[in-house]
Design a protein. Structure first.
Lengths: 333, 487
């Protein structure tokens, strides 16, 4: 099975997809003109739309479906300085069998770790189908020289990472040096190349809590998509606010519009702050109604989360048994 | 081996999520609420039905002239003996109490409103009822501060107000009428629309629950004849009417030359104007909200979309995609976006005008949607290829039907927007603040929304230009129309 079946895989891993946008990305000024020419976002309206979708009532069969789908979309994450190989192995086991008591429970999409833990995770996960995602490029601040970011990326890819979660240089973005951000994403995408001619999939983290405005989120989305990102991701989880519904709404609109224009599908990953099944379901409703049902798949939508999975499992158990079980019945990591 | 389901695509069907009807207790028959009591009328009765199923909900008394006379006398007595002389701070206590009871019984009111009117529960629950409570809270606050409203040092109430309200926002229109009238020291005789009397009758129960003195609020149900009797009654000091322009004109003629003061809130054919620099995705939401909110049964509905030619194609494409996600159906389902048309009569009118639109050469489009077999339904519809000369661009349809017209320059937008006998509301979508202000100055409409639509707040005056009526409701101007020498 080809995991990323969209036409995004037709572009060469070494050149990114920048070729389609040569006119726009050929100079700083043309890139700025393009990004600033995107339709503005009205903050009040965008937030009202997100809140409106949040009032959808997802019950019974729809809830069963949504919970299983959400479990399959979780990038089970641990990004702490105190992470141990043991913890990563436990997390990997959990990703493969989130509910050891129930064989019908689907597995998570990936585990997301720092580069030095990739090999450990890979070892446990083997060929289970659960991916290893590594945060690279001087995560979470991105404050390092480009060659260091690239080395960080290559290191993770060599260790076996299937997916790279990079951070953009927010300083460059906010000061209007868009081309620098663009070039950096292109370079990291090149560094994602694997010896077999393939490429680790690239998720580009904006840290929307630092970009602040929805206009910036929309611009960053287009910038990353043009530079060859496979996924656009809200946050590192280290800055507040992390993922929010309105920010994800803007990004879902961006990937929808990008496909309309280019035929290429890009994935979206909200990360940080999504802790309850109820929240996750709101995101899925938004995916369904903004980007469309094509995105209702772990290949195109992920949740960057750690505590979310246990809540999904508790809800799942409640739906199947009719009873709530306490948090003690699910592993902490 | 864990079985992984096949690709999820297109299977996220929302299961029905109906709000329970158990909370409402609809009686088999209702009398009139006069002088604090429910009484049998002298007249006949009529049935009110659920427009989503055509199920008969209740038998309701039809007030005749004798009933109206009793109601007006009760209101007059209550005004001269109790309410008109009560200190404002005391009147405020009753209004605050009513506001709190409305909040406490909010779910009951919302469910009943959706059953009787056909509007989606998410609107009655999240908009109608909260705004009703907000109106009572807002005007309760004014009751003891009338001297500080800039309307004179000691403004006096008019006396007895006769109030006639429409079926599109039954309880909300009641609140717009009753809250300022009572705060200013008037007593009222209110007639709800014949297709939606139930929440007004539940409001009468709330008045009893709040121990409101008898006669301050009288609710008389009935149709046109009942309304005419209120308008014609010699002891009514003020007529407040919300409804169609034809009836409004008849009322204006009927009260001409009398001492009665009048405020009329009538029809509209609002332009929702989208410039090429608009925040497009939010503008699409505003267009949808403007015309499909409450099935388009909104006097200030943005029924004419004026879109700048340079973005017209893109806007239409996005609008159609968005319309395809609207969920039409059971008003009590929490996921319903567009509910039932309020009556067979209204449905016939919408169908007639839509057919005229097609005959006149407009291109009609609706998303694929399954409509329930029983009840009154009309799919969200838009017409392209419409000009100012088409009937659907000139007449109020009062349904989920949008006419799309293009323009090239701001001046043309203004000219087209104002080229209507109505002037209730307008919407402007642009990222340019200066253009918003310029447009607002040019548009002859009582309300101009900028980068939003259909926003209602008790502090904001609402009312029309031209055939959309006169007088304002909401805010201090809404208070002034219930005080002597100020409205």
């Amino acid at each position: 099975m080809q995991p990323y079946a969209g036409s995004v895989t037709t572009t060469s891993a070494t050149t990114g997809s920048a070729g389609d946008f040569d006119d726009i990305t050929s100079s700083e000024s043309s890139l700025r003109r393009f990004l600033h020419g995107l339709p503005g976002v009205d903050q009040v309206g965008a937030e009202a739309r997100a809140a409106g979708l949040g009032t959808r009532s997802i019950k019974t069969t729809a809830k069963n479906f949504a919970i299983d789908l959400a479990i399959r979309m979780v990038d089970l994450t641990t990004l702490e300085g105190q992470d141990t190989p043991g913890k990563v192995r436990a997390l990997a086991s959990k990703a493969m069998r989130p509910d050891p008591a129930d064989a019908t429970c689907p597995r998570a999409a990936a585990v997301c770790v720092y580069p030095d833990m990739v090999a450990t995770a890979k070892q446990t996960l083997g060929s289970s189908g659960v991916k290893v995602a590594a945060v690279a490029t001087a995560f979470p601040s991105g404050r390092a020289a480009l060659d260091i970011k690239l080395a960080d990326t290559r290191d993770a890819v060599e260790a076996g990472a299937d997916e790279i979660d990079m951070v953009i240089d927010r300083g460059a973005f906010l000061s209007g040096r868009y081309l620098q951000v663009f070039d950096e994403i292109v370079a990291v995408r090149e560094a994602c190349a694997t010896p077999d001619g393939g490429s680790a999939h690239l998720k580009v983290i904006f840290e929307t809590g630092e970009l602040q405005t929805y206009d910036n989120v929309r611009r960053a989305s287009w910038l990353a998509m043009m530079a060859g990102a496979h996924f656009i991701k809200t946050s590192t989880g280290k800055v507040q606010p992390a993922a929010t519904l309105p920010v994800t709404l803007i990004m879902l609109e961006a990937v929808r519009d990008f496909r309309d224009q280019t035929g290429q599908m890009i994935g979206v990953k909200p990360a940080g702050g999504i802790r309850s099944s109820k929240d996750a379901i709101k995101y899925l409703v938004m995916v369904n109604e903004i980007a469309g049902p094509d995105w209702l798949d772990p290949d195109w939508f992920r949740f960057g989360a750690s505590t979310l999975l246990n809540d999904l499992l508790m809800q799942r158990t409640k739906m199947t048994t009719g009873r709530y079980s306490g948090p003690d019945y699910f592993t902490l990591d | 081996m864990v079985k992984v389901p096949e690709r999820a695509t297109a299977f996220f069907e929302y299961a029905p999520a109906p709000e329970s009807r158990a909370i409402v207790d609809i009686k088999a028959s209702y009398g009139l609420f006069i002088d604090g009591e429910f009484v049998d009328g002298h007249g006949t009765s009529f049935k009110t039905i659920n427009p989503a199923s055509e199920e008969v909900l209740a038998e309701v008394a039809e007030a005749d002239e004798a009933d109206i006379d009793l109601a007006v006398r009760a209101a007059r007595r209550a005004h001269t003996r109790v309410w008109g002389r009560m200190p404002g701070s005391e009147r405020a206590k009753y209004l605050f109490r009513i506001a709190r009871i409305i909040q406490e019984r909010g779910r009951e009111l919302a469910v009943l409103e959706s059953i009787d009117n056909g509007k989606p529960i998410k609107e009655s629950r999240d908009i109608d009822i909260p705004v009703v409570a907000a109106h009572f809270f807002y005007y309760a606050g004014w009751a003891d501060k009338l001297s500080y409203a800039g309307l004179g040092t000691d403004p006096k109430p008019l006396g007895v107000a006769g109030q006639i309200i429409p079926w599109n926002f039954p309880l909300l229109m009641l609140a717009w009428k009753i809250a300022p009238a009572l705060a200013a020291g008037n007593t009222v005789v209110l007639k709800p629309a014949e297709t939606t009397p139930l929440t007004a009758l539940l409001f009468a129960e709330i008045c009893q629950q709040a121990d409101l003195p008898p006669g301050v609020v009288n609710i008389v149900t009935g149709a046109g004849a009942t309304g005419r009797a209120i308008v014609a009654h010699p002891d009514v000091d003020k007529i407040a009417f919300t409804g169609s322009t034809d009836v409004g004109k008849a009322i204006a003629r009927a009260v001409a030359g009398s001492k009665k003061k009048v405020t009329l809130e009538l029809g509209g054919k609002a332009a929702n104007i989208v410039f090429d620099d608009a925040p497009i995705d939010q503008a699409i939401e505003g267009i949808v909200n403007g015309i499909f909110f409450n099935q388009g049964h909104v006097c200030c509905a943005g029924s004419r979309l004026l879109v700048q030619e340079s973005v017209a194609e893109e806007v239409l494409e996005r609008l159609k995609r968005r319309m395809s996600t609207l969920r039409v159906g059971d008003p009590l389902d929490k996921n319903t976006d567009v509910g039932a048309i309020n009556s067979a009569e209204q449905l016939a009118k919408i169908r007639e005008l839509s057919d005229v639109g097609e005959q006149e050469g407009g291109e009609r489009w609706s998303p694929a949607c399954d409509l329930p077999a029983n009840g009154f339904w009309f799919p969200p519809t838009l017409f392209t290829g419409v000009t100012q000369a088409h009937r659907i661009a000139r007449e109020e349809i009062f349904g989920p039907v949008l006419s799309v017209i293009t323009f090239r320059t701001p001046a043309e937008a203004v000219e087209k927007a104002n080229n209507t006998p109505f002037g209730l509301s307008a919407g402007v979508w642009t990222d340019k603040g200066s253009r918003i202000l310029w447009m607002a100055n040019q548009l002859r409409a009582g309300v101009v929304w900028a980068n939003t639509f259909n926003k209602f707040d008790p502090t904001a005056p609402f009312g029309g230009y031209k055939e959309s009526g006169y007088g304002r409701e909401g805010g201090i101007p809404g208070l002034a129309t219930y005080l002597k020498g100020t409205g």
